[in-house]
Design a protein around this ligand. Structure first.
Ligand code: FNR
Length: 394
């Protein structure tokens, strides 16, 4: 991290400013209108997006002085993987919208940095190609569960065979919410041609296309549309489906972890535990699904208070993270690791692989420096006592 300062004194400037506001502006300049709307749109009037940020403002870090931080350690263990820091790449669909290399650039950087990469079912590259560039990095697979069991099994099998060893099923987005910009511009049609590779490369989905009489070579738009309709199918799943999908994953993977993503209440977190899940992701999809909902960090605080010390039940967190101090706060409240989405999306949009690397290396450096200056030398030292909750505006 000192490299940035030393280079700065020699007049060597970083490629771009990683302040989150600047990142977003730069990405806006680079992206097509469709790409920008997809990445930036939130549910309704962005109230949940705002609540996510406001929740971070109310928790304040308590800096400690004269502690031994010269030999600090940002590493942690997650599901048997020793990772560089408790930071993960959140699953994000259709990465080719941001840059032609899409998921391949992101997974490559995640592997290099030894941070877990989570591939979305709405990926615009195949599971196998993503695994090939990710190297030895820890890989998670995010499942949007179709209403086609044979297809679900095929996706999980491909993920396992490609070394994705944690399954994260997303619960909050079986249908896209009302996002004004997307709706106003009919942006959904734009996804069909871009967001389908993960599906089009699936043998069971190829069989389905044949049954429907669709040739993806002749009519890629129709094939893509079928895949997208299959991912965001509009038909809610219910808790009674969880044992089936969890069992499938455990059979296929030899008992590797199964997580539920999108949990926002203590009751649902308890249900996840009751239904035999190995953990949850406290997330509200970056505020893109339910408008006017609780900030995700506030949900995390409540859930960790009740379930934080449950053995073999891992709590991950995302939604609204924009800096190292946000990650610190989520860890202090009890998250085992924190996922980030929009930060690396902006990096990818600005400068492809190079941009993702610059954003994520800067975040790692920021986190390491924060642990140093705030007096918390290891991840275990970052606990609830590191924070003070203060009313808004203080
Ligand atoms: C997402 N997210 C998401 N989640 C998921 O499970 N599958 C997906 O395909 C996507 N796609 C997606 C696209 C875009 C453009 C965004 C912004 C988000 C949600 C994502 O995994 C994560 O929950 C949030 O992005 C975290 O919030 P921040 O870090 O973006 O504020």
């Amino acid at each position: 991290q000192r490299k940035a300062f030393i280079e700065g004194t020699k007049g060597i400037l970083p490629p771009f400013n990683t302040d989150p506001g600047r990142l977003e502006d730069l990405a806006h300049e680079k992206l097509s209108a469709g790409g920008w709307f997809y990445a930036s749109s939130n549910a309704g009037s962005s109230l949940t997006h705002r609540a996510n940020r406001e929740a971070f403002y109310r928790y304040k870090i308590l800096p400690r002085m004269l502690r031994e931080t010269n030999t600090r350690d940002t590493t942690t263990e997650l599901f048997g993987h020793k990772i560089s820091a408790p930071i993960m790449f959140a699953p994000v669909g259709i990465n080719k919208i941001y840059h032609p290399t899409g998921e391949l650039s992101v997974a490559k950087v995640a592997g290099e940095l030894n941070l877990p990469y989570c591939l979305s079912t709405a990926g615009s590259q195949s599971i196998e190609d993503v695994a090939a560039v990710n190297g030895n990095g820890p890989r998670f697979y995010q499942l949007y569960m179709p209403h086609d069991d044979e297809l679900t099994i095929s996706l999980l099998t491909r993920a396992h065979q490609s070394g994705f060893d944690v399954c994260m099923m997303t619960l909050d987005t079986w249908q896209l919410a009302w996002r004004h910009d997307d709706v106003a511009t009919a942006n959904y049609a734009f996804y069909y041609g871009i967001g389908a590779e993960l599906g089009l490369s699936d043998p069971i989905f190829q069989k389905r296309l044949k049954e429907w009489g669709i040739d993806p070579k002749k009519d890629p738009q129709a094939a893509g549309r079928r895949w997208i309709d299959n991912v965001w199918h509009g038909k809610a799943h219910t808790w009674d489906r969880i044992p089936w999908v969890r069992d499938q994953w455990q059979k296929i993977s030899g008992g590797r972890p199964f997580l539920l993503k999108g949990i926002q209440t203590v009751d649902d977190a308890k249900k996840a535990l009751e239904y035999g899940c190995d953990g949850i992701v406290v997330s509200n999809h970056a505020g893109r699904q339910v408008d006017g909902a609780i900030g995700s960090l506030d949900a995390l605080a409540e859930i960790c208070k009740e379930l934080g010390s449950t053995p073999n039940f891992t709590i991950l967190f995302d939604s609204g993270v924009r800096s190292a101090s946000d990650i610190f706060k989520a860890i202090a409240l009890g998250a085992k690791a924190v996922m980030t989405g929009r930060l690396w999306i902006w990096g990818l949009s600005i400068q492809g692989e190079f941009g993702v690397r610059h954003v994520m290396k800067s975040l790692l450096a920021d986190f390491d420096i924060l642990m140093n200056v705030a007096g918390y030398p290891t991840i275990k030292d970052i606990d609830r006592k590191a924070l003070k909750w203060m009313p808004y505006g203080s």
